[in-house]
Design a protein around this ligand. Structure first.
Ligand SMILES: O=C(O)C[C@@H](Cc1ccccc1)[C@H](O)SCc1ccccc1
Ligand code: NI
Length: 183
């Protein structure tokens, strides 16, 4: 099973690389890796397992974070109906998005960042995504709210982007402009 020892931390060059697309249908090895990534999230959200193995709770994980520079991400979180939602995706991408942006009031963290970085991380409020699931089937979903934020955080990892790259350095708590506002 994956533990925190498998997660590389900021400064590791793989976190700044653009990950390679997965050739489809996914190989057995790639499927195994993606399953392990989702299992890590399940374990990290189980208080007993997290305590026993020293896991930081996570709602998302991207393959570059376990030093695999391939376009794979796992997400396990709750949707707007408080239902558990799991995504294990190959070659995920955003195919359209709202002009409206949002952000987490509490800011963002990262399993690959062992420090607190405060500031507003602007994200699209609503996104339409596509990717390929563990069976290699193409899926298309519309995400909003926290799930949309998690997806964008993980997608950034596949493009070598860290959440704090998106914080306005001169004014970390500056409110993003509403859509259509011209400065
Ligand atoms: O490092 C990662 O990619 C996993 C992050 C994903 C994430 C962080 C902040 C906002 C959206 C996504 C971890 O899940 S950080 C821990 C965490 C756990 C629950 C809620 C927010 C952050
Ligand atoms: Ni992260």
């Amino acid at each position: 099973m994956l533990t925190m020892n498998d997660i590389i931390r900021e400064g590791h060059p793989t976190l700044r690389k653009k990950a390679e697309p997965i050739s489809l249908p996914p190989s057995t090895g790639d499927k195994e890796t993606l399953k392990k990534m989702l299992d890590f999230l399940v374990h990290s959200q189980d208080p007993e397992m997290a305590e026993k193995h020293g896991l930081r709770p996570g709602v998302g994980l991207a393959a570059p974070q376990i030093n695999i520079s391939k376009q794979m991400m796992a997400i396990r979180s709750t949707d707007h109906n408080d239902e558990i939602v799991e995504y294990a995706l190959f070659n995920p991408k955003i195919i359209s998005h709202s002009a409206e942006t949002t952000y987490l009031e509490s800011g963002e963290g990262c399993l690959s960042v062992d420090r607190e970085v405060n500031g507003i991380v602007p994200r699209y409020a609503r996104i339409k995504i596509e990717g390929y699931n563990l069976e290699g089937k193409k899926i298309t979903e519309r995400l909003r709210g926290f799930l949309a934020i998690v997806f964008q955080h993980e997608l950034d990892h596949l493009n070598g982007i860290m959440f704090y790259d998106r914080i306005e350095q001169d004014d970390p708590f500056k409110q993003p402009l509403p859509p259509g506002e011209i400065v």
